[in-house]
Write a protein that binds this ligand. Structure first.
Ligand code: ADP
Ligand code: MG
Length: 343
């Protein structure tokens, strides 16, 4: 008899799920990332809630879909179509690669998947019900091309996690935030969010970030923004920033994407702020939408299970270039009549 034992797979999955699925918004983020990776051009997020909180999240995409065999495999931990080995990770272009999201979500919820591969190869689609990590139903159904995943009873078997959920409105705000972040990084996709039958967020498929910003935050804000541009041999900086007359009390409205991945980075937010210098009063921050394309070899995306953080090689050069690009963008604009408000 030894005191050490190898945990059974169900327990392992629940522990892993704890890292990936923190709240309903994490489910939305992971399902959206999968839909984007599947080449979708249109994605619908349908959320239902009652007084107690969010009861159902359903994401429908028109992406490449899955065969019945693939659908069953997709819920196996560490099953992915996106990388084969660690070398692939250095050049990964997809948002996913860990093969953990569906397994994690299914470990702590009840998931219904309906999918049919694009291109007419399969006559029928596949419907799967997965509960507590086990496939409990599998059948053929008529289905449009693409994938619909519905998640219900989130955290039904993890009461501790359920207790940490905030109010319904706070959780909904996180859900909308997750959609906004991905929409900003993926103008090639039209996103629509519906809550209890009412449309909450809608973006058109568009060529430009500015159109997406207008769709999410209104044409007035979009019109007031100043474009930013910058370049290094391994880096392209694009995006839009607010005029100094428009500012916020925290850096939370500085949104950053790197190679289509929405990320959180204090260093980059600080670089954007630095570019304003004394144009903003102390402790004020701009609204900014920064898009970075960086050689994939310089970006380590495998830092955190939720992939919200990345590690950058040559970070000092990158943040320096961002601050310089912001400064230049502001200098190029007639800001004379927009001196910062007296604090
Ligand atoms: P990852 O995205 O890291 O590969 P996931 O657990 O999120 O891992 O998904 C597992 C696999 O299931 C994916 O690699 C993909 O092949 C397939 N898959 C998941 N969602 C979709 C979808 N919406 N459309 C098509 N295939 C999907
Ligand atoms: Mg994924």
């Amino acid at each position: 008899m030894t005191k050490i034992r190898v945990l059974d797979p169900d327990t392992v999955n629940q522990i892993a799920a704890g890292e990936v699925v923190e709240r309903p918004a994490s489910v939305v983020k992971e399902l959206l990332e999968n839909a984007i990776d599947a080449g979708s051009t249109s994605i619908l997020v349908d959320v239902a809630s009652d007084m107690a909180g969010i009861t159902k999240i359903r994401v429908t995409d028109n992406g490449e879909g899955m065969t019945g065999e693939e659908a069953a495999l997709a819920f196996t931990p560490h099953a992915t179509s996106k990388i084969r080995d660690i070398a692939d990770l250095c050049a990964v272009r997809t948002l996913g690669f860990r093969g953990e999201a569906l397994a994690s979500i299914a470990a702590v919820a009840e998931v219904t998947l309906v999918t049919r591969p694009r291109g007419g190869g399969a006559l029928a689609g596949t419907r799967l019900v997965v509960r507590g990590g086990e496939i409990v139903e599998k059948n053929e159904v008529g289905a449009p091309e693409g994938t619909t995943i519905a998640v219900e009873r989130l955290f039904y078997n993890t009461p501790a996690r359920r207790k940490f959920l905030k109010s319904r409105n706070t959780e909904l705000a996180h859900v909308y935030g997750a959609v906004e972040n991905l929409a900003l990084a993926h103008g090639e996709v039209a996103f629509r969010v519906v809550h209890n039958g009412k449309e909450r967020v809608a973006t058109q498929r568009s060529e430009g970030l500015l159109n997406t910003i207008a769709g999410l935050y209104g044409a007035e804000l979009a019109r007031s923004l100043v474009p930013v541009e910058g370049r290094l041999p391994f880096l392209r900086i694009g995006g839009y920033i607010s005029r100094p007359s428009e500012s916020r009390g925290s850096p939370s409205q500085i949104s950053v994407s790197i190679n289509g991945r929405s990320i959180a980075s204090r260093q980059i937010a600080a670089a954007v702020r630095e570019g304003y210098g004394t144009l903003l009063p102390k402790d004020r921050y701009p609204v900014a939408f920064i898009e970075l394309s960086i050689d994939t070899g310089l970006v380590d995306v495998n830092v955190h299970p939720t992939k919200r953080e990345v590690r950058l090689s040559r970070e000092r050069e990158i943040t320096g270039a961002i601050a310089a690009a912001v400064e230049e963008a502001l200098a190029g604009h007639d800001l004379a009549r927009e001196a910062p408000a007296e604090p």
